[in-house]
Design a protein around this ligand. Structure first.
Ligand code: PLP
Length: 481
């Protein structure tokens, strides 16, 4: 290309850039008025500026188009608005096969809990106010009676999450003294929750007893001395020690602790409030069992198998709970009104519902019959195959869902998945990314060279409709993935 040609081309490009409409013109453009009334002038102006800047860059490059495509420009502005207004905390489809998925927000709330959150968000509520006496009250009262009734404990309190509950329990009952725990229970729960670290943070001196696979009552007895502060048992929730193993029964640990005049605390982790065996699920420890065994303090999560909001529940003896409530950490770790409202509503379902396994979504998902999931997979397969035509082959496969969040690490639930197989691993990764780029991102699980979409958690008709409908835009996401 001669210098004059290049200069000419450059001139054309400059002209094209000069042809770009101005911000004011675009703000008044007929095709943008719907966007303008939906999202406002501020958002639209930002999108116009962003898109114009991008187009100026593009028109300045050697690969610039010859003509200005106004339709594409308008679409670019609309896409920019869509990206901008899309909340980071938006709904996704959890088709990972892990029902209580920590990275995806754990348990979905029951409808009554959602209503309670909305009420508490919108109006003043009697959070720390005794309506009968007309004076200041205790925020735990919203849930304490329910927790006491559900677990047989004497008293209860609630904090931000179970990690906070363990920290508070250890600090209030054992700080400055020795905390004794079996070597087989030095758990690490995802993130930075490690039992030895939490004990250190609580100001306890860690005393490990027994061996990884076997701990005996005499190990605990021998470790006791004048500096002993608390005996701790932690539910080994995300792994299982099997084979030549032995542990000490909770009731025996309670006896050993009490004979020495110190408290016994159990970190249950999940803490199911209903008998899972009665729901044809694998047995999961219940707080009531731990209390009956003589524990002074039992901690568990609100958003694992309980199926409520993120919270750390502490139930136990009156004196132990009173010590926690008086501790300054309690104030720092307390729950907000939205959490307490959701927790109260969830606990009420366990007390009052004829079928909590129907009304608590986490339980509903866990007890969903495999045959129903299989039928759903067969029903969805043809439409998904059409949407993914030329991208991936779609079949139905049997799989197993996990309860998740460290619950029942060994037992799995029979389920079914849509299995997506792409031409090669690059295409599979691209498909996975395209599914995540949908309006309501679809999160599956890569397994044995395929993307598995376990349908257990696609339980409502409304969700199924949204899932099927939005697949129509998958080819577009696929192109840009
Ligand atoms: C999950 C779990 C925790 C942490 O609970 P969060 O609610 O995530 O803070 C602590 N201990 C055990 C045994 C757990 O399973």
């Amino acid at each position: 290309m001669s210098e004059t040609d290049a200069a000419k081309m450059d001139a054309t490009r400059t002209d094209l850039r000069r042809d770009l409409p101005g911000v004011t013109t675009l703000l008044a453009h007929g095709d943008l008025q719907q966007t303008r009334s939906a999202h406002g002038e501020r958002v639209l102006t930002r999108a116009i500026r962003e898109t114009l800047a991008e187009w100026r860059r593009r028109l300045a490059s050697p690969a610039a188009p010859e003509t200005l495509d106004e339709v594409a420009l308008i679409r670019g502005i609309q896409d920019s608005v869509d990206r901008w207004v899309r909340p980071a905390a938006r709904a996704v489809f959890n088709l990972t096969g892990t029902v209580i998925h920590t990275n995806l927000g754990r348990a979905p709330l029951a409808e009554s809990a959602i209503d309670a959150v909305v009420q508490a968000a919108r109006h003043p509520i009697a959070l720390e106010y005794d309506l009968e006496a007309g004076r200041r009250g205790d925020r735990d009262r919203l849930v304490e009676d329910l927790l006491v009734e559900m677990t047989g404990a004497e008293a209860a309190t609630v904090v931000n999450n179970n990690a906070a509950a363990v920290l508070l329990g250890l600090t209030a009952l054992g700080a400055g003294r020795e905390a004794i725990i079996s070597r087989g229970e030095m758990i690490e729960i995802g993130g930075a929750f490690r039992m030895p670290d939490v004990m250190t943070a609580a100001g306890c001196r860690l005393v490990e007893v027994g061996a990884t696979n076997r701990t005996h009552a005499r190990d605990f007895r021998q470790a006791l001395n004048a500096a002993s502060g608390i005996i701790v048992k932690a539910h080994t929730s995300n792994y299982a020690v099997t084979g030549f193993t032995s542990g000490v029964a909770e009731s025996e640990l309670a006896e050993i602790a009490h004979a020495h005049g110190i408290p016994f605390m159990i970190d249950l982790g999940s803490g199911a409030l209903t008998d899972f065996r009665a729901l044809a699920l694998p047995h999961e420890s219940q707080p009531a069992e731990a209390i009956a065994a003589g524990a002074d303090l039992v901690t568990f999560s609100g958003d694992k198998l309980l199926g409520g909001p993120q919270a750390g529940v502490l139930v136990g003896r009156r004196e132990a709970i009173a010590q926690l409530k008086q501790h300054p950490l309690k104030r720092a770790l307390r729950c907000d009104k939205l959490t307490l409202a959701a927790l109260e509503a969830t606990l009420r379902l366990y007390r009052d519902s004829d079928a909590p396994e129907r009304d608590v979504p986490a339980l509903r998902l866990l007890t969903r019959p495999a045959a129903e999931i299989a039928a759903q997979a067969e029903r969805l397969r043809p439409a998904v195959a059409v949407a993914l035509d030329g991208i991936a082959a779609v079949s139905v496969g049997a799989c197993r869902s996990q309860l998740g969040s460290g619950s029942l690490p060994v037992d799995r639930l029979e389920s079914h998945a849509l299995v997506l197989r792409a031409a090669n691993s690059g295409a599979l990764v691209r498909l996975e990314r395209a599914l995540r780029a949908l309006d309501r991102p679809v999160i599956g699980r890569l397994h044995e060279g395929a993307l598995w979409l376990d349908l257990r958690c696609l339980a409502s008709e409304a969700d199924e409709a949204v899932f099927a409908r939005q697949l129509e835009s998958l080819p577009r996401c696929w192109t840009s993935a």
